[in-house]
Design a protein around this ligand. Structure first.
Ligand SMILES: Cc1cc2nc3c(=O)[nH]c(=O)nc-3n(C[C@H](O)[C@H](O)[C@H](O)COP(=O)(O)OP(=O)(O)OC[C@H]3O[C@@H](n4cnc5c(N)ncnc54)[C@H](O)[C@@H]3O)c2cc1C
Length: 451
């Protein structure tokens, strides 16, 4: 049996692929719910993710899996709207004329910004189309230095810096230029006249988790089951220890896939991962009214949260019993930060005041409900030298034979962690297990013939 540690989408994807290849699997999930960071709240209609989620057109593995699991007709590609909030004004930034009208960048700034997003280097006399081809060339280049060189100071201060503040907070200057270029390449399809297209599943991503659970078989998944130890004596994984409400059991395994954050891997195996992770505090607000015309509002202004998302400007409110749903969220770089130390009701009070400051028409009575989720490890800091720190899928050399990794510190979760990356990581670990088994049996067969 192959033991999978973690019932998030990476662990479920690994289990699904292993079963397809004829392997017996058991998934152990510490919490009572499956889906990990893709968990949901109930609403008056469809469930909504606790942390905002959408798909990019460049993500193919998840689309193939959605089709394979029979959910293809639920997948929708919708136009997203995006705006900047500066000095009390919401500036839409999707259509060429909206970008042209944005008053906080000059025409020259917009030209330099557009050229970078089109991956055209215009620093010399002649434009260069291959400067940004190799991300590795920019792995050690600080992002600020890069942006000042490849765009302008005003583009950095008025466009990128607010985005980097929201995404990496106090760690923003540690991030590499390679991450930024990776994100530019990762971005999806755009319609010149209507903006960027993003994907969402009707009913949210809960049906995808549900379909994976059905495919793997509920009898092969245990929730409320924390794996507390991997026995890797004699350089091979032998068993894992599982703690449930009923007690502690030891399960023999042929291999183990750790599909959880790298601190879990370190606790179980001693494998150290140097990647720093950020935490997230994220509230979902249900209101009677719409506050903006925008899905994604970048805040280049004072606000107690890093991002303000009106989800029902992406997916219509009728899907949620006519509730208007919003996210307010902040990344947290250090657990000593005040926001992290606040309890949920303190966060909600602070953020409610923040919403009122941004939108004078907001009335607190229009809030139907608010739920706040937090998790101490939700996103890596994609700092310089990141790729040297990713955890390999196959840990037979580094830890013991039969130990594999599919969590967020794996290569598939670069340059952005995503559901697609988690599925690719799960598949990659499963492929290595089955490939290794094929190699071993081929080698055994060959030896048998030659004996
Ligand atoms: C704010 C935010 C926004 C995001 N936006 C998007 C987006 O727009 N699009 C997108 O595609 N992705 C997005 N993501 C990323 C996406 O949610 C993750 O990449 C993905 O869910 C990670 O899945 P995972 O299975 O690797 O990890 P997790 O979901 O963290 O699952 C790991 C599981 O392991 C369990 N576990 C931990 N320790 C143990 C143990 N010892 N024993 C047993 N179980 C254990 C945990 O309880 C957890 O359920 C976002 C994430 C966040 C936080």
């Amino acid at each position: 049996m192959i033991g999978v540690v973690g019932g998030g989408i990476a662990g479920l994807a690994a289990a699904y692929r292993l079963q397809q290849r004829g392997r017996e699997v058991q998934v152990f999930e510490a919490s009572e719910d499956l889906g990990g960071l893709a968990g949901v709240y109930e609403t008056a209609g469809d469930p909504i993710e606790k942390f905002y989620h959408h798909l990019s057109k460049s993500e193919e593995t998840i689309v193939d899996l959605i089709e394979e699991l029979g959910l293809g007709d639920r997948l929708e590609w919708l136009y997203m709207s995006n705006a900047f909030y500066v000095d009390g004004v919401v500036h839409p930034m999707d259509k060429p004329w909206e970008i042209a009208a944005y008053p906080h960048l000059s025409l020259y700034d917009k030209y330099r910004l557009t050229m970078l997003t089109l991956e055209i280097d215009v620093r010399g006399w002649l434009p260069s189309f291959d400067t940004y081809e190799s991300l590795q060339d920019f792995e050690d280049v600080p992002i600020k230095e890069f942006l000042l060189d490849h765009t302008t100071r005003s583009v950095y201060e008025n466009f990128w810096e607010p985005l980097l503040d929201a995404k990496f907070g106090s760690r923003k200057e540690d991030v590499s230029a390679a991450w930024l270029l990776g994100r530019v390449k990762f971005r999806g399809e755009r319609d010149l006249l209507r903006g960027e297209i993003l994907g969402y599943l009707q009913g949210g991503f809960a049906p995808l988790i549900g379909a994976l659970v059905d495919a793997v078989g509920r009898e092969n998944i245990t929730t409320g089951a924390r794996v507390s130890d991997l026995d890797t004596s004699e350089e091979r994984v032998r068993s894992l220890t599982v703690e449930t409400a009923d007690g502690t059991t030891t399960r023999d395994v042929d291999a183990a896939v750790v599909a959880a954050m790298p601190n879990v891997l370190e606790d179980l195996t001693g494998y150290p991962c140097e990647i720093d992770f950020q935490g997230t505090v994220c509230s979902v607000w249900s209101m009677d009214e719409s506050l903006t015309d925008t899905y994604w509002l970048n805040l280049a202004d004072e606000a107690p949260f890093g991002v303000f998302i009106e989800h029902t400007n992406f997916v219509p409110p009728k899907r949620y019993g006519d509730e208007h749903l919003y996210y307010t969220a902040s990344y947290v770089q250090d657990p000593s930060e005040e926001l992290w130390r606040m309890d949920d009701s303190e966060v909600e009070e602070l953020w409610m005041d923040g919403i009122a400051d941004l939108f004078p028409q907001f009335e607190s009575e229009s809030v139907n409900w608010v739920e706040t989720a937090r998790n101490p490890r939700t996103a890596p800091v994609y700092e310089r030298g990141y790729l040297d720190m990713v955890v390999p899928y196959d840990l037979s050399d580094a830890v013991a034979e039969g130990v594999y990794y599919a969590g967020m510190a794996s290569r598939a979760q670069y340059p952005e962690r995503s559901l697609n990356g988690a599925i690719e990581a799960g598949f990659a670990a499963a492929d290595r297990i089955t490939d290794d088994a094929v190699t071993a049996s081929t080698t055994d067969g060959h030896e048998a013939v030659t004996e």
